[in-house]
Design a protein around this ligand. Structure first.
Ligand code: PEP
Ligand code: MN
Length: 366
């Protein structure tokens, strides 16, 4: 007899479980609907005040047998689970999102970045300082079989009295040098009003750390099809960085490459701290290629080789490094640019030359 009773009660519990589950699923669907409306309005789906009100309401009708603390913890889990379900449903909506998408490959001229392609190197001076300087550096970079050349014509300096870059003339010198040596030219753009000028002279637009959340600039660049190298902001979270990429893509530009360049931490031995987790996560969470800028990450010449290895080991699609004919007299970043002998040694120590023209899976694991 008691056994029959237990069976009956258990059946009742099974039924209740089904009902609770149905109600929880119904609740999650409604929460998701609210989340979608909030996302559309640019609002966060987490509202602590609303949670507090709901808990108070529930606790007010608590007649046992559960104590208030237990009821609170049960409902908090329900709130959390509904919110997570909403977030998961939101994710694939982002154009940057990995979702089910394959790796994107961005072509800068005829140079592919990302996917199964061998990691690229982007090399050149911090700033373009003269016609001669850009010419000899481009020749040096090309000599090693490197295809992507960098150089700043407009420099975003923290100090307004520091060298600001030569501007248009520098873009013209670099364009001529790149054409002569078969290089693709990457340069930083700081002002949306300069887009037409940049489109004429450069092959890839760099958005620097300081402009990483300049949404006017991002939207304007998003309306072009120029490949973009998007740096992570000085102290940006991964989400902020990826959302900046989303700004570019939401306007129609799919040629976006992310660039980790170190973030500000309390550490004083390095200029910034290279966030290798961010590189791995950006690869995991988005389908975009990721480059590691080793020069600005550490701000130290003696870290260029280990940071390059670290970047590639966590899945970077390429590295950016600064090279100058005579760093001691450079107008910016004197401490971390490599001279030509140093560059040669850097290429040997990172075994970069053996990686050229190989497939990604053949070059990792060195
Ligand atoms: C640069 O690459 O020239 C530069 C200024 O870097 P960042 O924007 O990362 O500081
Ligand atoms: Mn620099």
């Amino acid at each position: 007899m008691p056994k029959t009773k237990i069976k009956e009660l258990r059946n009742e519990i099974d039924q209740l479980n089904q009902e609770i589950f149905k109600l929880l699923s119904k609740r999650a669907h409604i929460a998701k609907e609210i989340g979608a409306i909030q996302t559309g309005l640019g609002m966060s789906s987490y509202d602590p005040m609303r949670e507090k009100e709901m808990l108070e309401d529930i606790l007010a009708s608590n007649q046992g047998p559960f104590g208030d603390a237990t009821v609170k913890s049960l409902f908090k889990s329900i709130f959390q689970a509904s919110m997570e379900a909403g977030k998961k449903a939101d994710k694939p909506k982002f154009l940057t999102s990995r979702a089910s998408r394959e790796d994107s490959v961005v072509h800068v001229g005829d140079v592919p970045i990302g996917g199964d392609h061998a990691p690229v190197l982007i090399a050149g001076p911090c700033a373009i300082e003269s016609k001669e300087q850009v010419e000899i550096t481009a020749a040096e970079v090309a000599k090693h079989g490197i295809k992507l050349f960098r150089g700043g014509a407009f420099k975003p300096r923290s100090n307004p009295y520091s060298f600001q870059g030569i501007g248009l003339e520098a873009l013209q010198w670099a364009r001529a040098a790149c054409d002569k040596h078969g290089l693709q030219f990457v340069a930083e753009i700081m002002d949306a009003r300069d887009i037409d000028m940049f489109i004429e002279y450069v092959d890839m637009l760099q958005v620097g750390a300081r402009n990483s959340q300049n949404f006017t600039l991002l939207k304007a660049i998003g309306k072009t099809q120029k490949p973009v190298l998007l740096k992570r902001g000085l102290s940006s979270t991964i989400e902020e960085w990826v959302m900046s990429a989303e700004y570019l893509m939401s306007e129609g530009n799919n040629n976006v490459v992310l660039c980790e360049r170190g973030i500000r931490t309390y550490e004083q031995y390095t200029r910034n701290t290279l966030d290798v987790s961010a590189v791995a996560l950006a690869k995991q969470e988005t389908h975009l290629p990721v480059i590691v800028d080793v020069t600005h990450s550490g701000g130290r010449r003696d870290l260029l080789v280990p940071l390059t290895k670290a970047g590639l080991a966590v899945g970077a699609d390429g590295i950016m490094v600064e090279v100058h004919p005579n760093p001691a007299v450079a107008l910016s970043d004197q401490k971390q640019q490599l001279d030509f002998d140093g560059f040669d040694k850097y290429l040997q120590d990172t075994a970069y030359k053996t990686k050229l023209s190989k497939k990604r899976n053949e070059v990792y694991g060195f």
